[in-house]
Ligand binder design. Structure first.
Ligand code: 5GP
Ligand code: ZN
Length: 135
């Protein structure tokens, strides 16, 4: 596995994922332990570990894709709002050392307290199939 990194393996299709969006630079897929329905991760295909070692051009493209995917999710799920999270370093709760933005959809006044739920693989597959975007 390149860089011994699970997200590089997902980007290389060595590990399956429930893809929502893909283009030359980025990949977006459902988090397998979601905070809420439609919780999506957006990564650059090129490995870097966090905000500080990611080139500015990559970051600019990544944030533009986060906006594009979030806009789509808001309409397609639909959800009422969303949180964007991006953790840097173990001390900040980062568990996968390949930069990623979380898009966490929010529904009404539901209190999700940002606790991971063990994802149901059949439900995740059905949801990804329903909301997948064209590249
Ligand atoms: P972090 O805490 O590093 O910001 O977030 C890492 C996220 O990646 C977690 O929410 C976790 O559920 C998710 N995750 C870890 N391994 C995998 C995986 O193999 N596939 C997917 N889709 N998500 C993963
Ligand atoms: Zn990686």
């Amino acid at each position: 596995m390149k860089n011994n990194c699970v997200f590089c393996a997902i980007a290389a299709n060595e590990i399956p994922s429930f893809k929502v969006y893909e283009d030359d630079l980025v990949l977006a897929y459902l988090d397998i332990n979601p905070f809420s329905k439609g919780h999506t991760l957006v990564i650059p295909k090129e490995h870097s570990s966090g905000l500080l070692d990611t080139p500015d051009e990559t970051l600019a493209a990544l944030v533009a894709r986060v906006k594009k995917v979030a806009s789509h999710l808001k309409a397609a799920l639909p959800c009422d709002g969303f949180n964007i999270l991006q953790n840097n370093g173990e001390a900040a709760g980062q568990t996968v050392m390949h930069i990623h933005f979380h898009i966490v959809p929010r529904y009404g006044k539901e209190d999700i307290s940002f606790i991971s739920q063990k994802g149901d693989m059949d439900e995740l597959k059905a949801l990804a199939d329903r909301i997948r975007m064209e590249g």
